[in-house]
Design a protein around this ligand. Structure first.
Ligand code: DX5
Ligand code: ZN
Length: 220
């Protein structure tokens, strides 16, 4: 039996009822909290920052998976560790010294992730794959929830899986953006280990049930 993880993206939650939505994830079959941090520079949108993550962390009872869509992420590694991030992903496109950044994340006791934009070829990760705990593969252009899934992602997941196997690495593949029950099974078949879902979960009539259905769908 597969063990595909589901990581609801809090970006799509109702911020007026944040505690309620956090408790919903706690009590659901979801595995992680996916936290999208945007700076308005690396991506054309600003999401939320440290005080909101601090508030989430006070109620969240599952792994905190932080996706930084910011320039110069090295400046904030210690702060995200102190806020309780378990996994910290930085964008490949935002790092001049990716290898150094990954070591700095691990030195703070977190798992190190690398997010890649849709235009970034997976072969660019060949030389660091052994140092990467998680690749957050963007299946939309980062910056907004609710966008349509880019079909080219299946191919990229398969190619990345090959790189992971070839290097005998234990890197997890996370797919982020436009994930629904229409593409989830095919993504897992291609090699995805973690599925992020924002709108699909939070815009559903029954988010708890939707998480369960997605989880069942990808763990047959
Ligand atoms: C996009 C974010 C995603 C987003 C996913 O920049 O990184 O995590 O919240 O939302 P949906 O599932 O609505 O595409
Ligand atoms: Zn994300």
């Amino acid at each position: 039996m597969k063990n595909t993880l589901i990581a609801p993206s809090v970006l799509a939650a109702d911020f007026g009822n944040l505690q309620r939505d956090i408790e919903m994830i706690n009590n659901s079959e979801a595995d992680w909290f996916h936290i999208d941090i945007m700076d308005g520079v690396f991506v054309p949108n600003i999401s939320y920052g440290m005080p909101v993550l601090d508030a989430i962390k006070r109620h969240a009872k599952k792994t905190i998976d932080v996706h930084l869509m910011i320039i110069d992420p090295d400046r904030y590694i210690k702060e995200f560790a102190a806020l309780g991030a378990n996994i910290l992903s930085v964008h490949y496109e935002a790092c001049t010294h990716l290898h150094r950044t990954l070591q700095a994340i691990k030195a703070e006791g977190m798992k190190a992730g690398v997010a890649i934009n849709p235009h970034t070829n997976v072969s660019l990760l060949e030389d660091t794959i052994k140092d990467i705990d998680l690749v957050c593969m963007m299946s939309v252009n980062p910056g907004f929830g609710g966008q349509s899934f880019i079909e080219n992602t299946y191919k990229k997941v398969r190619q990345l899986k090959e790189i992971i196997k070839r290097n005998n690495a234990s890197t997890l593949i996370e797919v982020d953006g436009g994930v629904t029950n229409k593409n989830a099974a095919q993504l897992v078949e291609a090699g995805a280990d973690v599925l992020v879902a924002g709108s699909f979960v939070f815009k559903a009539e029954n988010p708890t049930q939707t998480i369960k259905e997605l989880k069942d769908l990808v763990n047959q």
